[in-house]
Design a protein around this ligand. Structure first.
Ligand code: HEC
Length: 148
């Protein structure tokens, strides 16, 4: 009896760690979410690149368009380098800092949906740091996963 109990415990453990180790990836989780919530302003009709956006910021903003972010490479630019932490700062719910990012509102129409989508982004990024390149450490960057 004792043995069976132990085996059952081992099976439960194996299953739960498998569930935890399922990686959040761009292709599986982030791309569909981005297409549902962000692409209307950050898709191919947006400013082609961050620097082009900056050069003509007023024009793009008055059209309701941001900078292009609808590919994996574009999104990594706003996560890792050179615009380190930008995605995190804009999406953060402000619970830890008191300052909510201005893109948080687009994560969903209810608080529950926003939190659940924020958690998907957090899972994808790994280490949720709000720091910029000049302040972030090598160790903190090592924790940024952004799996394709
Ligand atoms: C209604 C249009 C709209 C939607 C929807 C939208 N954004 Fe934005 N976003 C903008 C505009 C315009 C800017 C530039 C103005 C600013 O800096 O706030 C911007 C800026 C950003 C930036 C800042 C980049 C930088 O460093 O300058 C990030 C990151 C971002 N958006 C991510 C997102 C994500 C992720 C989503 C989806 C959850 C999203 N946005 C949804 C319009 C939008």
């Amino acid at each position: 009896m004792k043995r069976i109990g132990l085996c059952a415990a081992a099976v439960v453990l194996a299953f739960s760690s498998a569930a935890y180790s399922e990686d959040t990836t761009y292709r599986k989780h982030i791309k569909p979410l981005f297409e549902a919530k962000c692409v209307s302003c950050h898709g191919e009709n947006a400013a082609p690149e961050y620097h082009a956006f900056k050069e003509d910021k007023n024009k793009w903003v008055s059209n309701g368009q941001g900078m292009r972010m609808d590919t994996y490479s574009h999104l990594v630019f706003y996560t890792a380098w050179p615009d380190t932490g930008a995605l995190m700062r804009r999406l953060d719910d402000g619970k830890a800092t008191g300052k909510q990012g201005n893109m948080y509102q687009y994560l969903g129409s209810t608080e529950e949906e926003r939190q659940s989508n924020l958690n998907l982004f957090k899972g994808w990024i790994g280490n949720w740091t709000l720091k910029r390149w000049k302040d972030v450490t090598k160790e903190e960057m090592d924790g940024v996963k952004v799996k394709y």
